[in-house]
Design a protein around this ligand. Structure first.
Ligand code: CP3
Length: 347
């Protein structure tokens, strides 16, 4: 079976036969790469997101430098939130000038007009798609999931316990409900606009949904994922759902309707494959810190992940969370090389 990188990823996402799992890494463009730091040096992070030429180059860097088999748009989950009129700064994580704490704050959010407020995102995607088409390398778009965006918007920034967010959930549920509804609409429109601009796969990042109990996740998070899976054009671009620290909500993730479930490193892939069955493909899930191991050890871990995920409907090799600023570049290269060296199946 001779597959292009685009075919291999799309087929794995949809649960169709492939020769071996495709490989890419969450946060593959970032500070662990000296070439990223050099190009990012002038101006702010948001400047880099808005500068089409530079963002295209930053998106493509990992393809040449570390052997990844897919390119993800260089941007941030907070870029579409700018289209709501929210004042966001990066230090280095998102910091919201006026946190959302009341119904009036939710109602004050503007109506998003992406083409006018963040046109650069779609221009970056169009240019990337044109650059990648001759080589048949797939292009991923992404968005932050409503609950994770709400977590930062209510808290104002990242947090250890997200106490303000949970206070809103328990004390003023109608306010949080209204906020999540706004963000769900935003996310659906944003992902569909990315697909129109050339994204072939889209990933939804729900980094903080794992802080909830399974029952609260079912009540607050699952409906947002379901609405997104239902209304994003998955016939044109399969949907990957990532939930960090989500081992206790695997069954709920499998009910989302997403094509692929991206699992953090705490989840046992073999067990997940059994529980998820034919409902979705799996993505993951090496601990990003394991990339500090010697190359032979990384290869052994990749083989083990591929073996564990073999009974799944499909498998996309990836990390269990994003690359970290101190991730060794050599470890990332060893990871993608080990994936490419996996024995071909079914040929
Ligand atoms: O994956 C990629 O290579 C594409 C680009 C991408 C970025 N952020 C660029 C970025 C993606 C997919 C994201 C997603 C994102 N952003 C998430 C979800 C995924 C996850 O990691 O859980 C979250 C929670 C954010 C919010 C955010 N943005 C944080 C917490 C931070 C600071 C910490 C960090 O990891 O650097 C950012 C800033 C950010 N986003 C940087 C990059 C390359 C670093 C900015 C810099 O260069 O100063």
């Amino acid at each position: 079976m001779s597959l292009t990188r685009t075919e291999r990823l799309l087929r794995a996402c949809r649960g169709e036969p492939v020769d071996r799992p495709p490989v890419w890494l969450m946060r593959q463009a970032g500070r662990y790469l000296p070439e990223y730091r050099a190009l990012r040096a002038e101006g702010s992070f948001l400047d880099a997101c808005r500068d089409v030429e530079r963002a295209v180059e930053l998106s493509l860097q990992p393809l040449r430098l570390v052997g990844t088999e897919a390119v993800i748009l260089f941007s941030d989950i907070f870029v579409p939130v700018l289209a709501l009129g929210v004042d966001v700064d990066f230090r280095p994580g998102p910091v919201v000038a006026r946190p959302i704490r009341s119904r009036a704050d939710v109602d004050a959010l503007g109506a998003p007009d992406f083409a006018r407020s963040i046109p650069y995102v779609f221009e970056i995607l169009r240019r990337l798609r044109a650059a990648l088409e001759p080589e048949q390398v797939p292009l991923l778009g992404f968005a932050g999931a409503p609950f994770t965006l709400a977590a930062y918007l209510v808290e104002g920034q990242g947090s250890r316990h997200f106490a303000a967010l949970k206070r809103m959930l328990y004390a003023e549920p109608a306010v949080l409900r209204a906020l999540l509804e706004r963000l769900t609409e935003l996310t659906i429109d944003y992902l569909n606009a990315q697909i129109d601009a050339g994204a072939q796969v889209v990933q939804l990042f729900d980094t903080w949904a794992g802080i909830l109990t399974a029952a609260d996740y079912r009540a607050w998070v699952l409906p947002t994922h379901r609405a997104i899976a239902e209304r994003v054009d998955r016939a044109r671009a399969p949907l990957i759902l990532y939930v960090n620290d989500g081992a206790h909500v695997l069954d709920e993730m499998a009910e989302s309707g997403a094509d692929v479930l991206s699992l953090d490193w705490r989840v046992d892939l073999a067990e997940a494959a059994r529980r998820v069955g034919r409902r979705a493909s799996l993505q993951g899930n090496l601990d990003p810190c394991a990339l500090a191991a010697p190359a032979e050890k990384i290869a052994a871990m990749v083989q083990e992940l591929a073996r564990a995920a073999a009974p799944a409907r499909g498998h996309v090799l990836n990390l269990g969370h994003g690359c970290l600023p101190d991730t060794p570049v050599e470890g990332v290269r060893a990871f993608t090389a080990a994936a490419r060296a996996l024995p071909a199946r079914g040929s």
